[in-house]
Design a protein around this ligand. Structure first.
Ligand SMILES: CC(C)(COP(=O)(O)OP(=O)(O)OC[C@H]1O[C@@H](n2cnc3c(N)ncnc32)[C@H](O)[C@@H]1OP(=O)(O)O)[C@@H](O)C(=O)NCCC(=O)NCCS
Length: 184
């Protein structure tokens, strides 16, 4: 039986300087660079808790609230917010710091789900999570809520897909910015 571990045990932060080769044509940092760093820090955090190799299963909505500039220091602060049987939800807060002005901006907070795997590549049970603060309890509960909502959305989208008929949706599209040009 693997031993329960506190959230603090696996908290992980990575900081990286945003160099010119990370920039897009508009001079801002590519979203993909940040996604890749998020995946790395989530892996480090989840595998520390699990004590095994982990794989990313799902990335929750990522909204970039503010652009990140070349020369800024980006820090990703990750902690395990929730554990299921073999899965873990890692919350990541991303901040970018302008070293000259000292201004720190919060660019996004996202949640990644990872699954712990054994040597045979099979999902393996992870240690329980010890919650020591009210914020840790709140994050755990929020993760359960997000999981339930995700399952509801999946069910609803499945129903909508099977109920789809072109006549049914035409009236909903009247005010949308699309031109429907179906071939007869
Ligand atoms: C995710 C994966 C392990 C699921 O395997 P499976 O044999 O179907 O196992 P299960 O159905 O028992 O699911 C294992 C856990 O993953 C969770 N899970 C599966 N799909 C999920 C999804 N889309 N979102 C969130 N959690 C998910 C399950 O809820 C379960 O969690 P729990 O054990 O805490 O209850 C498997 O599909 C896989 O290995 N995917 C590839 C992942 C990968 O390689 N990622 C790297 C990027 S290429």
């Amino acid at each position: 039986m693997n031993k329960a571990k506190p959230v603090g045990n696996s908290k992980t932060t990575i900081t990286e300087l945003m160099i010119p080769s990370y920039a897009n044509f508009g001079g801002k940092i590519h979203g993909g660079i940040l996604l890749s760093l998020m995946d790395k820090v989530a892996y480090a955090c989840a595998s520390k808790h699990a004590g095994t190799y982990c794989v990313t299963v799902s990335v929750d909505t990522v909204d970039f609230l503010q652009p990140v500039e070349v020369g800024e220091l980006v820090s990703m602060k990750a902690s395990v917010n929730y554990v299921g049987n073999t899965s873990l939800v890692v919350g990541i807060k991303v901040v970018a710091e302008n070293v000259k002005t000292g201004i720190v901006k919060h660019t996004n907070t996202s949640y990644l789900t990872l699954v712990a795997k054994d040597e045979m590549d099979k999902p393996v049970r992870v240690p329980k999570l010890i919650l020591k603060t009210q914020d840790e309890v709140r994050r755990f509960v929020e993760a359960i809520r997000r999981k339930t909502l995700k399952q509801e959305i999946k069910r609803e989208m499945g129903k909508a897909k099977s109920a789809f008929t072109i006549d049914l949706v035409m009236s909903h599209l009247e005010n949308e910015r699309c031109l429907i040009q179906l071939k007869a």
